[in-house]
Design a protein around this ligand. Structure first.
Ligand code: ZN
Length: 210
């Protein structure tokens, strides 16, 4: 299979061409649906039900070829973006700007989602942190990392909803994720984004501190 991101040859590289650049890992488990995921290293992980044959999986992948191709390209773009980001990481000046922007945007978002969730909260603090994206104290004081302003908006929404859901569940139990999902049905995407790219943003922060 060749699903590499070669824009010039778009449409000519078929999924059933001889194995080449694309690395696909198939994991079968007791699940009911198939999930395809493009990883940061541009490999593809396919999670499939036990009963699905190799042929059926290949058939499925063929149908999803355009989607896979698009997502590999997107991942490649993100990689380029972050490589550049890393070289020009914000100094104290930019951190201050990010904080100012965060104070304009985040409290509004918190108010919006708190209303949907039906929860209250205390103070909101914006920090430049190396270890976390947000936190929620037992008293309901919320803290957010100003570096979130450099992430896609869906990621910021996710972190806000995540912290507010701790007003209902002070843990990461299935009930907690259930609450998150009720408000943000697509929360797995931004959650994955943080897992893939969060470290790049946060590690850079190590050079400029709070
Ligand atoms: Zn949490």
């Amino acid at each position: 299979m060749n699903l590499s991101c070669d824009r010039k040859n778009d449409g000519q590289h078929g999924i059933d061409q001889p194995e080449s650049e694309l690395r696909i890992e198939i994991i079968r488990s007791r699940r009911k649906t198939v999930e395809i995921r493009v990883n940061v290293d541009l490999s593809v992980t396919v999670r499939a039900p036990l009963r699905m044959s190799r042929r059926e999986i290949e058939e499925f992948l063929r149908k999803k070829e355009a989607w896979i191709r698009k997502n590999i390209c997107r991942m490649e773009d993100e990689r380029c973006f972050f490589r550049e980001q890393r070289e020009q990481f914000p100094g104290p000046e930019e951190i201050r700007e990010l904080k100012d922007r965060a104070y304009l945007v985040i409290p509004e978002k918190v108010a919006y989602f708190a209303k949907i969730l039906g929860v209250n909260y205390g103070r909101i603090t914006i920090r430049a942190q190396k270890t976390r994206w947000g936190s929620c104290s037992s008293k309901g004081n919320l803290s957010f990392n100003c570096l979130l302003m450099k992430a896609p908006p869906e990621v910021l929404d996710y972190v806000v909803v995540h912290e507010l859901c701790h007003r209902k569940e002070m843990n990461h139990s299935p009930q907690f994720w259930n609450e998150v999902e009720k408000v943000l049905p697509g929360y797995r995407e931004p959650k994955k984004w943080l897992k893939d790219w969060g470290n790049v943003l946060i590690q850079g922060a190590g050079t400029s501190g709070e």
